[in-house]
Design a binder for this molecule. Structure first.
Ligand code: ADP
Ligand code: MG
Length: 725
């Protein structure tokens, strides 16, 4: 048969039509696809020991994980009264050992047959009877030949994810490895190079076809590392090319607006503020000012932790725009946040002639029409709203400045939709979700970045504690005490209503119970996302005017809400929330000079575990991290107030594949690289990519054709945002 990468996998030895069908379900159609189906792990030689060595290590107090390769001797199901244990006796060339399972027995009991060979990994223990035992080990099946080769020649064995469909065609670890071996041997050398030669030389990369071979069947750890390195670089290089293209496109778009800075009204506005701007706020303002004065369109990201005072900076910039006769727009992700911004700006602008309007989805047709007319006739200078601003019939003819608050809540597509409504306004994007530098380089690589890295001076560190549900009575008395001093509190729940599916507290029932018991002499109220706009508005307005003391709520108050007089936030079922969400919620308090408190309430049994263990990430294995994630999150909240530190921990917990922001950025997901840990590769790839694109924005030179082809082939959807498509 002709050797061709587009050969259907069906024709590969021991595949056939049935398995080809199953392969197609996971996107593998031809030989080329299969060559790119990489192992999820390799048997790690460095942790493999024989059973006698392991026993010796355990006696000497060793506590780490080990891997032993052994043959199944027998397996048995043992009953102790009601309890069952499944035990597999195994042997290797140095002796016997046991694997045991206490759970999921039904599943494991059919897997192990006599004489099967497995690599099993776990923390080893010695039993009372002096037997070496692995409890609930990970296990991978290998063939007798593979085990021989592995032990004698040091060949490294790969393991692949086997989907349900593939399993149902009787494909297992060993048979899949055989198929991939055949394909790699016969076809890998047909893979052509995808990176320019000088990039390969400069970064000391191995050729693509070698990388594919070595990724599947490396001769040693070093060649596996080199293979992975090559794919990481390539992935990051093309990602950075996309980002560079996007940035270039913004710049070569039409001219932006050149705003004049009239210093006087702005200066006096700043002077009349009830507080002094921080150094960081002033620095960011001057960066924004420079952008506004230039005629290139501004695309700036303003990053600052919760409560650092981003709004006032944005507002001052908006004032510059409107005093130049342009309209300014502020878009927020929730109605209550948009309304808060509206009311704040409204009161700040009382002494001026500027008109401001609020545009939401839930408004009556009549209100909406009046507002839309005002905007169209340029009678309204500042427009605050939600994504309702993006609707087709919203025309903002003189839009010169756009602020997007809490941008991580919007998709990229939405962002560009608003911006593309008119000419080329200056755009300020704000986010409190702090992300490590390498991540912002990627997710926001096309934007200029300003950072507010300082809190207003009067702030005290929020005290954060973990409490059990059993402590709720004390928590309510604590709230009552604070309320007597005139302070206010949020009590947050994960659900609006009782749910059949999940057993979590809901705000509606808890509100009913607590207002009639613990807080029967306190002024309380309730807010959640199912209420209509009018109800929500009244409640937030009353709360901000201190007409009641305690607000029961869902996470509708999560972002942006600013009630400086609130000093306590109680977060129920706290283990359910993600770290950045917890940090955002906590940011609802600590917005004045008063001492604030964040009380994370979780279930009693989780608390006991949380207290017991040392949760420093450095000391935990990936498996442990998986098991203890929610406790690590809660402990991190207690330990750290700094959003950057928390986001670093959050990234470690989420793992490289799930980097927050990348999904929304419209860029492709990373399969090989890990943005947090592959910093050096990322920086190299970024420099190379930006150099190439800035010198040849249309990728028209002959040596760059290889890049253009590759981008068009693999990143077609992401190219939508560039001029290359
Ligand atoms: P965020 O950055 O989370 O959006 P906000 O802009 O809502 O924060 O500001 C938080 C609170 O701090 C607001 O009540 C705001 O009025 C106040 N604030 C902003 N800047 C300062 C400052 N320089 N000094 C004191 N308070 C400030
Ligand atoms: Mg804000």
């Amino acid at each position: 048969m002709k050797r061709d990468l587009s050969t259907s996998v069906q024709y590969i030895k021991s595949v056939g039509p049935k398995r080809a069908q199953a392969f197609s379900k996971i996107g593998i159609i031809n030989v080329e696809d299969l060559l790119h189906y990489f192992p999820t792990k390799h048997l790690d030689r460095t942790t493999i020991l024989n059973s006698a060595k392991v026993a010796q290590h355990v006696m000497n107090g060793y506590e780490g994980e080990v891997t032993i390769i052994g043959k199944v001797v027998e397996s048995e199901l043992i009953r102790y009264g009601k309890k069952k244990i499944f035990k597999v006796k195994m042997k290797d060339n140095a002796g016997f050992f046991e694997c045991v399972w206490f759970q999921g027995i039904k599943f494991f009991k059919d897997i192990f047959s006599t004489n099967d060979i497995y690599a099993v990994s776990a923390k080893p223990v010695m039993t009372r009877y002096g037997n070496l035992q692995l409890i609930h080990p990970d296990f991978d099946k290998i063939s007798a030949i593979e085990s021989e080769e592995f032990l004698n020649t040091g060949k490294i064995i790969p393991f692949y994810r086997i989907s349900k469909e593939l399993k149902s065609t009787n494909l297992g670890d060993i048979s899949l490895r055989k198929i991939i071996t055949t394909v790699v041997e016969e076809y890998a050398d047909l893979i052509s190079e995808t990176l320019p030669q000088d990039i390969i030389v400069k970064n000391n990369l191995i050729p693509k076809n070698t990388a594919i071979k070595d990724y599947h069947f490396p001769v040693d750890n070093n060649s596996l590392e080199k293979a992975k390195q090559r794919f990481k670089y390539e992935e990051l290089f093309f990602l950075e090319c996309l980002i560079a293209l996007k940035k270039v496109r913004m710049k070569i778009k039409k001219d932006g607006i050149k705003f004049n800075i009239h210093p006087e009204p702005i200066k006096s506005f700043i002077k009349n503020l009830p507080f002094q701007l921080t150094q960081a706020q002033l620095k960011v303002l001057s960066e924004i000012r420079k952008d506004m004065e230039s005629n290139e369109p501004m695309n700036r990201l303003l990053q600052g932790d919760v409560g650092s005072g981003k709004t006032i900076v944005a507002l001052i910039a908006m004032l510059i725009a409107v005093s130049n006769g342009y309209q300014a727009v502020l878009m927020a992700p929730t109605e209550i946040l948009a309304d808060q911004h509206f009311k704040n700006i409204h009161s700040l602008l009382e002494s001026t002639d500027f008109k401001i309007a609020l545009l939401l989805g839930g408004q009556t047709n009549k209100t909406r029409k009046t507002i839309l007319n005002g905007i169209a006739e340029n009678k309204i200078n500042i427009i605050v709203g939600t994504h309702a601003l993006l609707e087709e019939n919203v025309e903002i003819p003189h839009m010169g400045f756009v602020v997007i608050d809490e941008q991580h809540r919007f998709g990229v597509a939405q962002r560009s939709k608003l911006i593309e409504k008119v000419i080329s306004p200056d755009v300020l994007i704000m986010t409190a979700t702090p992300i490590p530098r390498t991540v912002s380089m990627t997710v926001y690589g096309d934007l200029d970045v300003s950072v507010i890295n300082e809190m207003p001076k009067n702030r005290k560190k929020i005290t954060t504690v973990i409490r059990s549900e059993n402590n709720l009575p004390e928590i309510f008395s604590f709230i009552k005490e604070r309320v007597k001093n005139g302070e206010q509190a949020f009590i947050v729940y994960p659900l609006v209503e009782e749910s059949e599916k999940i057993d979590l507290k809901d705000v509606t029932s808890e509100f009913e119970i607590i207002k009639n018991t613990y807080l029967d002499d306190t002024r309380v109220n309730l807010i959640h996302g199912r209420m209509n706009w009018q109800e929500k508005e009244t409640i937030m307005e009353d709360f901000s005017k201190n007409k009641f003391d305690v607000l029961f709520s869902t996470t509708v108050i999560e972002v942006g809400i600013d009630i400086p007089n609130a000093t306590i936030i109680v977060i129920n079922e706290a283990f359910r929330f993600g770290l950045s969400q917890l940090h955002q919620l906590r940011g609802r308090v600590g917005r004045s000079d008063k001492q604030s408190f964040c009380i994370l309430v979780t279930r009693d049994e989780l608390i006991r575990k949380t207290k017991r263990k040392n949760f420093s990430l450095e000391y935990l294995s990936p498996a442990e991290i998986e098991r203890y994630k929610s406790q690590i999150r809660l402990n991190a909240m207690v330990e750290h107030n700094d959003g950057f530190k928390l986001s670093e921990i959050d990234f470690k917990l989420r793992g490289p594949g799930n980097i927050f922001g990348i999904e929304q950025s419209g860029f492709p997901q990373l399969k090989h690289a890990d943005i947090i840990n592959d910093t050096d590769i990322l920086i190299a790839a970024k420099n190379d990519a930006f150099n190439i694109i800035l010198n040849d924005p249309n990728l028209s030179s002959s040596e760059n054709q290889i890049i253009k082809r590759q981008l068009k082939k693999n990143y077609y959807t992401s190219l939508k945002f560039s001029h290359i498509a």
